[in-house]
Design a protein around this ligand. Sequence first.
Ligand SMILES: Nc1ccn([C@@H]2O[C@H](COP(=O)(O)OP(=O)(O)OP(=O)(O)O)[C@@H](O)[C@H]2O)c(=O)n1
Ligand SMILES: C[C@](O)(CO)[C@H](O)COP(=O)(O)O
Length: 251
Amino acid sequence: MNASGAVAAAVVPAAGRGERLGPGAPKALRELGGVPLLVHAVRALARSRAVGLVVVAAPADGVAEVVALLDSHGLAGKDIRVVAGGATRQESVRLGLAAIPEEVGIVLVHDAARPLVPVEVVDAVAAAVRAGAQAVVPAVPLADTVKRVDPNPGRPEPVIDTPERATLRAVQTPQGFDRAALVEVHAKALAEEAAGGAAAPPVTDDAGLVERYGGTVVVVPGHEEAFKVTRPLDLVLAEAVLARRRAADDY
Ligand SMILES: Nc1ccn([C@@H]2O[C@H](COP(=O)(O)OP(=O)(O)OP(=O)(O)O)[C@@H](O)[C@H]2O)c(=O)n1
Ligand SMILES: C[C@](O)(CO)[C@H](O)COP(=O)(O)O
């Protein structure tokens, strides 16, 4: 793989603890079918011809371990770099971005916690950025009705309203960006934090930063198997999906 021209680089934030998954190793290192989530996620990206370089943001105290892990899973021949991640997902992405060579114009950001994203989703996101979009997110329609509430944990929460479900999407990764646009919004967010300005509402994905600073984000179809492993039940589902793929010789 090489990282120049229209070939994209991918940043994989993998420095989270995985508190919601319960006690154990950092989530990216937890196993799915005997293989760490991170290895699945990197393989999913490396399968795409659109991706020429993968930069993993590892737990700060686990960089050497992650390098060894990726090597031991046969990923040593790919262009994969590992940097120390940060205290938040946003910081981990920013640190990963800083390791991407200047000439790379397209960046994908993909959670280590989404190990089973199909290569078609990776390709579609990269293609939409190549076609001129500033920011692209894969997403799926919602199955549940969603209510906005006045948060009041432990007590009945007053409902404010019910957004029209047809207008809502559950957003996944990889999210794709024009590299300059993504670098710019991360720099702006960092400068605002450093200036200690009025606390902006939390942004939970990179496209959210693009929106915050007035950029344009578009949605392409995601995939139900690109779900995020967040809670223990997600791991049960991921094992089932992986077992089905292996039985079908599709992995
Ligand atoms: N400081 C952080 C926090 C999160 N992430 C990464 O961001 C992705 C999405 O985050 P999430 O699923 O919320 O992971 P965790 O933060 O690990 O989960 P939790 O909130 O349950 O602790 C994961 O691949 C995670 O490793 C990261 O790189 N650096
Ligand atoms: C980026 C993301 O996966 C898009 O759905 C999500 O926002 C990450 O959120 P988390 O709460 O940090 O897992």
